[in-house]
Design a binder for this molecule. Structure first.
Ligand code: ASP
Length: 451
């Protein structure tokens, strides 16, 4: 039995929904269908979730909401009309949108979540209706009825463990269940969403709860590529990778699959398959538990990169002998509520790499001053606009020379390495480089290991 999830672009128009129907119909084991809100139909289009945020803002400042509600309703209306769905459903949608406005309460921390969740909730109803009209025994199910209970963290919910048992009760449902992604309910009964892009998380939770054989995640690309197509023309498609490899790739910029979404499938050991709604015959990418060289599993699976980092390098003579010095530095970070990403060190120096978005000029000043006061370093430098490049693969540990070949490739292009860091498990090698050299660095490393 499979849980299948369709992302925003797969459920954005009637044409796409016809493809979705064909995919569900083509495999009788596809019994649970999780859907996103309608996404973009083209580059100029807007996601329904973004329209709902605009609706929320308009209600909040009490401006006229006619135009925005019409824009939202039109998205569903156009699909309903083309799919022959009764007008009644759209009238019901109109009433649901009006209700959001009528019950608006700015002091309720879950108010935005109620708006956000509406995109998926209406779409699931529309899709269930379409499936039914097309001869499938299908029905819409609300996440509350299904048992998705979440923590009380507005727009950033976490699943509560007890949900899994409840979801399992639906395993033998006679109907195909169409489930809106992206939200659950708190113990007090409030709608609460996951972080943006969170329908992937719902799919994974449902698959884990039902102990499904597989979680299929349909999107608008053939799978996970070994490098960002923005930098590499026609990069290799990864056939198979492990959960851990996926996590490392998504950390450094691979955004095909929400990084929080892996956890439930990972714990329940359910394989995740990334597939393309527009090319369903392509086998896609399978994310599994363990590395298996025999099964098309490359030693190096991909190269990812992400910009927007900075590093603070701190040097002090005999730093290595000063007990507690790292704790003192990190205490400064903690006091200012700043997280760090990497911390490579030398004998008498240490560098701390962090995401630059956490720093305002004031915070940066406070950070440097507080470190100065805490440990009186001989030297302290901050370098902005850095990129992190991650070369990922569980098989790298059995492949001597990976770091050497990567460094040589960068050197040939005159790219200076600011830092290298490798975890003890040798699952990834992290290179820190100048931001303006990111593209070239990805290219030179990609062509060293793939082609
Ligand atoms: N519709 C939500 C968003 O745009 C969730 C999702 O599509 O996964 O973030």
């Amino acid at each position: 039995m499979k849980v299948i999830k369709f992302g925003g672009s797969s459920v954005a128009s009637a044409t796409q929904l016809k493809k979705v129907l064909a995919i569900v119909k083509s495999d009788v084991t596809r019994r649970f269908v999780v859907v996103s809100a309608p996404g973009k139909r083209n580059n100029e289009d807007q996601k329904v979730t973004d329209l709902l945020i605009a609706y929320y803002e308009a209600v909040k400042v009490k401006t006229d909401t006619t135009e925005i509600t019409q824009a939202i309703l039109r998205r569903y209306g156009v699909m309903a009309e083309e799919l022959g769905i009764s007008e009644e459903l759209c009238q019901q949608f109109q009433a649901e949108l009006a209700e959001l406005k009528n019950n608006f309460d700015e002091s309720n921390p879950y108010m935005l979540d109620a708006f956000l969740a509406t995109g998926e909730n209406l779409n699931a109803q529309l899709i269930a209706n379409f499936f039914k009209n097309s001869g499938l025994d299908a029905r819409y199910i609300n996440p509350k009825e299904l048992g998705i209970q979440v923590s009380a963290q507005p727009h950033n919910a976490r699943i509560l463990e007890k949900s899994y048992e409840k979801i399992y009760q639906w395993r033998d449902s006679n109907d195909i269940l169409v489930i809106p992604g992206f939200f659950g309910f708190t113990e007090e009964g409030q709608i609460c969403t996951f972080s943006r892009g969170g329908s992937d998380i719902t799919g994974s939770i449902v698959a884990a709860g039902l102990k499904a054989d597989c979680y299929e995640n349909f999107t608008d690309v053939d799978g996970i590529f070994a490098a960002n197509p923005k930098y590499i023309h026609d990069p290799e498609l990864i056939d198979v990778l492990t959960y851990r490899e996926m996590r490392e790739l998504s950390y450094a910029g691979f955004k095909v699959f929400h990084d929080e979404a892996l956890m439930p499938s990972y714990h329940a050991k359910i394989p995740v398959v990334i597939k393309n709604t527009n090319n369903p015959n392509c086998t896609g990418t399978i994310i599994t538990e363990s590395y298996n060289k025999a099964k098309h599993h490359n030693e190096v699976v991909g190269v990812a990169s992400d910009g927007g980092f900075c590093s603070i390098t701190i040097a002090k003579y005999l730093l290595n002998r000063e007990i507690g010095i790292v704790r003192k530095i990190l205490q400064v970070f903690e006091d200012l509520d700043i997280s760090f990403e990497h911390m490579p060190s030398g004998i008498d120096d240490i560098s701390i790499v962090l995401r630059e978005e956490q720093l305002t000029p004031e915070i940066e000043k406070a950070l440097l001053e507080n470190i100065e006061n805490a440990i009186s370093p001989d030297l302290m430098e901050i370098e902005h606009d850095l990129s992190v490049l991650a070369l990922v693969g569980e098989g790298m540990r059995d492949r001597p020379g990976t770091t050497a070949e990567s460094a040589a490739a960068l050197a040939r292009k005159n790219i200076s390495l600011r830092m290298i860091s490798q975890g003890a498990d040798e699952r990834s090698i992290i290179f820190v480089i100048r931001g303006d050299q990111e593209r070239q660095a990805v290219r030179s490393i990609y062509y060293t290991f793939f082609d």
